[in-house]
Ligand binder design. Structure first.
Ligand SMILES: Cc1cc2nc3c(=O)[nH]c(=O)nc-3n(C[C@H](O)[C@H](O)[C@H](O)COP(=O)(O)OP(=O)(O)OC[C@H]3O[C@@H](n4cnc5c(N)ncnc54)[C@H](O)[C@@H]3O)c2cc1C
Ligand SMILES: *[C@@H]1O[C@H](CO)[C@@H](O)[C@H](O)[C@H]1NC(C)=O
Ligand SMILES: *[C@@H]1O[C@H](CO)[C@@H](O)[C@H](O)[C@H]1NC(C)=O
Ligand SMILES: *[C@@H]1O[C@H](CO)[C@@H](O)[C@H](O)[C@H]1NC(C)=O
Length: 383
């Protein structure tokens, strides 16, 4: 059994950010990570051509702004290099191969009891901590909808988190399901790799350029959300006109409102829309069912595909190990409290990186959490 003041679960950007803030305050902590590296989402589960969607000024962790010479929209590899430097600057040493399987609050001791499986040594270790920080991310596991006939599909099935590049799909008929940023960008990548690419778009989405969002984020400092939404929507109309004849409809609510209330991001066009307009990428309605290699769509059209890539999002896995999630999270693994008090639960439990606000949200969460832990410790010392 190992005792520590703060136990952090997960060594993604959120876990590393917490570690840095605690280091600055000389508060001891332990970070447990189930993989063999930090930032495993970026190192292992992001496609090759992935770039940060937001400008670098909105994508840094505490105490370390991006270098002036860094590109405005960083590539995956540039961002990983930034994280590498962050880890060495703050001398963060997560315990790898430690998969947390259980955490509960001991009311009598007033401490968290955490069990982790050491997947190298094949033993279970027990940790006791005064503070617990949930930093296991919003992307715990890929979600694939349960479509009738999917398990008998004759072609390949992949979640967007497993997609690297389009090499293996050249000359294949590939269907991408989901019009998230991942889905749109993967379609573009497939099309460029010579795959006959189609994409299922069922829900209305905003299509914008990353510059529109960049300007919008700055305008939010001076104008209300509804004004910025109106301006961004206006700019999008000028650039893309009416995309409904291509199967893409605009939601009634504005892009920033949708992000803030439902966590739904606008599509930041990386070139996909031009390929859709030239009909190189085909837009299809929802899937009704699958029969072997045939896919039957909601408009009754039937088409054969060699592979399906599901860009249908993720599920949080925090509640699988955090048995007493009720102090801070709902059953779906997201915070009970609304922004901006989402990060704190009763009984000295915190969550970082679950506000659907990307790296900017993570940075705010970890600063608030470290300050709160410091305050609780001070109060304890003085009493
Ligand atoms: C393709 C893609 C592109 C993105 N682009 C952007 C962007 O441009 N800008 C932006 O702001 N955000 C972006 N995001 C959002 C992204 O979620 C964040 O950038 C960031 O990686 C989230 O950090 P995190 O630490 O909260 O979670 P993660 O990075 O997911 O890290 C969580 C860590 O916890 C570990 N873990 C999970 N469960 C356990 C367990 N039980 N025990 C031990 N360890 C565990 C995982 O292995 C992982 O290393 C993107 C996400 C994806 C998928
Ligand atoms: C490409 O895919 C579309 C389905 O969206 C299909 O109608 C067409 O026949 C395919 N083209 C080839 C050459 O297979
Ligand atoms: C877009 O075009 C469709 C028909 O192609 C039309 O029904 C719709 O009203 C148009 N929307 C706007 C906002 O102009
Ligand atoms: C699937 O297709 C085959 C032939 O293509 C047909 O015989 C069979 O009835 C279909 N099954 C279903 C459930 O539609």
């Amino acid at each position: 059994m190992e005792e520590t003041l703060v136990l952090v679960v997960g060594a993604g950007p959120a876990g590393l950010g917490i570690a840095a803030c605690l280091t600055k305050k000389s508060i001891p902590y332990i970070v447990l990570e189930k993989e063999d590296c930090y930032a495993s989402l970026w190192k292992k589960r992001a496609y090759d051509r992935c770039h940060l969607h937001l400008a670098k000024e909105f994508c840094s962790l505490p105490y370390k702004p991006h270098a002036p010479h860094a590109k405005k929209y960083m590539s995956k590899n540039d961002f990983i290099e930034y994280i590498d430097n962050y880890v060495s600057d703050f001398d963060i040493r997560p315990q790898y191969f430690h998969s947390v399987e259980f955490a509960s609050f001991d009311e009598v001791k007033g401490k968290w009891l955490v069990e982790a499986k050491d997947t190298l040594m094949k033993v279970t270790k027990v940790f006791v901590a005064s503070f617990l920080v949930v930093a296991t991310g919003e992307n715990g596991k890929g979600y694939i909808p349960n479509i009738p006939g999917l398990k008998d599909f004759k072609g390949g099935i992949m979640h967007s988190s497993e997609y690297k590049n389009g090499r293996e799909f050249q000359d294949k008929n590939v269907l991408v399901v989901g019009c998230s940023n991942s889905g749109m960008e993967i379609s573009y990548d497939l099309c460029n790799s010579g795959a006959n690419t189609s994409i299922v778009i069922r829900n209305p989405v905003h299509v914008v350029t990353r510059e529109m969002i960049f300007v919008g984020m700055h305008l939010l400092k001076y104008f209300s959300l509804s004004i910025v939404d109106a301006l961004v929507t206006f700019a999008s109309r000028l650039t893309y006109e009416n995309l409904s004849k291509y199967g893409i409809c605009r939601p009634n609510e504005g892009p920033f409102l949708l992000k803030a209330t439902k966590g739904r991001s606008p599509v930041l066009d990386v070139g996909t829309i031009a390929e859709i307009q030239s009909r190189k990428i085909k837009v299809l309605p929802g899937i009704k069912r699958i029969n072997e290699s045939k896919i039957i769509f909601e408009d009754k059209v039937e088409l054969n595909f060699d592979a399906i890539i599901f860009a249908t999002g993720y599920k949080s896995t925090s509640c699988e190990w955090l048995k007493d999630y009720d102090y801070i999270l709902n059953k779906d693994g997201f915070p009970k409290n609304r922004f901006p008090t989402h990060w704190k639960g009763n009984t000295n439990v915190y969550c970082a990186g679950l506000s659907r606000m990307g790296l900017q949200g993570i940075s705010k969460d970890v600063i608030a959490i470290a300050n709160d832990i410091e305050m609780v410790l001070r109060a304890k010392l003085c009493s």
